[in-house]
Design a protein around this ligand. Structure first.
Ligand code: TXA
Ligand code: MG
Length: 320
């Protein structure tokens, strides 16, 4: 089983493992990541293996600073502006790769673009000390709910990795927002921990939704799937269902729910984002066959919350 070490005591051990081409689960401000040296084919292969992730689905490379990012990819002025405004933080930029940037092609599934982000907290210091970028997908089995605590990582992947660095519950709770400039347009590839409106305010242009293309791998299919099936936007709870609630007003029949978690009593979408994955897991553990979810508004972080819920509810034959 994986060792769990608190951030304050984990740096040396994490560095030694990464230098040896091993993978380490680390906290970031969004969700826990399963990190490996992005320049090592062996390390990156271990990430795919531990997650059971299809190799055509590329990973995000995490950097310590803008200089490291600029050695890996070519920045246009708007991407630089967004990086300066939101890094470190929950924004991932997809950019053209520089030739011979040292990134192992497994990271990008052979694409000529690369997804980059600068995480807050432990990860940033770790990358700076390693001196190399870390490839890190969310630290969960492919297709399953992303982990927001060290305990959730250990429960899912503990038998496959040596170390989980425990930084407590992740503050944002949703993965990063992914954007890409293409054909002169700023495209939203994945809604996430920074609301689209915030990015638009800095960019001065509107984000284009519904982008297709390579961005597709694993992005529309079933993902974030709990064991239970999911029923969204419910106005009435059937007996035997678990209830994922939001706000002050309850759906009809809520008293019949076998378990209830409220994402935010006050209707705060930021709080709801932080709680989303942990509450889905808790309701899944209740043993209910179905988790019924009350309607959640689409503004701000609601866009990303609704995106994750829709994928959790998608037909399971399409897992990643
Ligand atoms: O917050 C996050 O982003 C977390 C933490 C650990 O940093 N990471 C994360 O990684 O969510 P992952 O692997 O679960 O999701 C990365 C997404 C995938 O949907 C992948 O298809 C997309 O990024 N992606 C990676 N490289 C890409 C590229 N070159 N073009 C388009 N999409 C890309
Ligand atoms: Mg993921």
């Amino acid at each position: 089983m994986a060792e769990i070490l608190a951030v304050g005591e984990a740096m040396k051990r994490a560095l030694a493992l990464l230098e040896g081409g091993e993978v380490v689960a680390i906290p970031t401000e969004t969700v826990y990541g399963l990190a490996g040296d992005a320049t090592s084919g062996a390390a990156v292969a271990r990430i795919f293996e531990a997650k059971g992730r299809p190799r055509f689905n590329p990973l995000i490379a995490h950097v310590a600073d803008l200089a490291m990012a600029e050695r890996i990819a070519v920045f246009d002025p708007l991407s630089t502006k967004l990086a300066k405004a939101f890094w470190p933080g929950p924004l991932t930029l997809v950019l053209p790769q520089r030739p011979e940037n040292g990134i192992h092609p497994l990271v990008t599934a052979g694409l000529d673009t690369i997804a980059l982000r600068m995480p807050r907290g432990f990860g940033g210091g770790l990358i700076a000390r390693l001196g190399r970028p870390l490839a890190a997908p969310s630290a969960n089995s492919s297709g399953r709910i992303s982990a927001t605590t060290a305990q959730a990582v250990a429960a899912d992947l503990g038998g496959k990795i040596k170390l989980v660095v425990d930084g407590g519950a992740t503050p944002v709770g949703l993965e990063s927002t992914i954007v890409k400039i293409e054909d002169g347009k700023l495209k939203l590839l994945r809604p996430g921990g920074i609301a689209a409106e915030e990015i638009e305010a800095v960019a001065g242009v509107e984000l284009v939704r519904g982008a297709a293309g390579i961005e597709a791998p694993g992005m529309l299919a079933s993902h974030y799937a709990p064991g239970a099936s999911m029923r969204l936007n419910v106005g009435r709870i059937a007996s035997g269902e678990a209830l994922l609630a939001f706000g002050r007003d309850r759906a009809e029949g809520w008293q019949n729910a076998v378990a209830v978690r409220n994402l935010s009593e006050t209707g705060d979408l930021r709080e709801a984002a932080t709680n989303l994955f942990a509450y889905m897991q808790a309701l899944d553990r209740s043993g209910a066959a179905t988790i019924a979810v009350e309607p959640i508004p689409f503004d701000g972080l609601g866009e990303a919350i609704n995106d994750r819920l829709a994928r959790a509810a998608a037909p399971r034959d399409k897992i990643e």
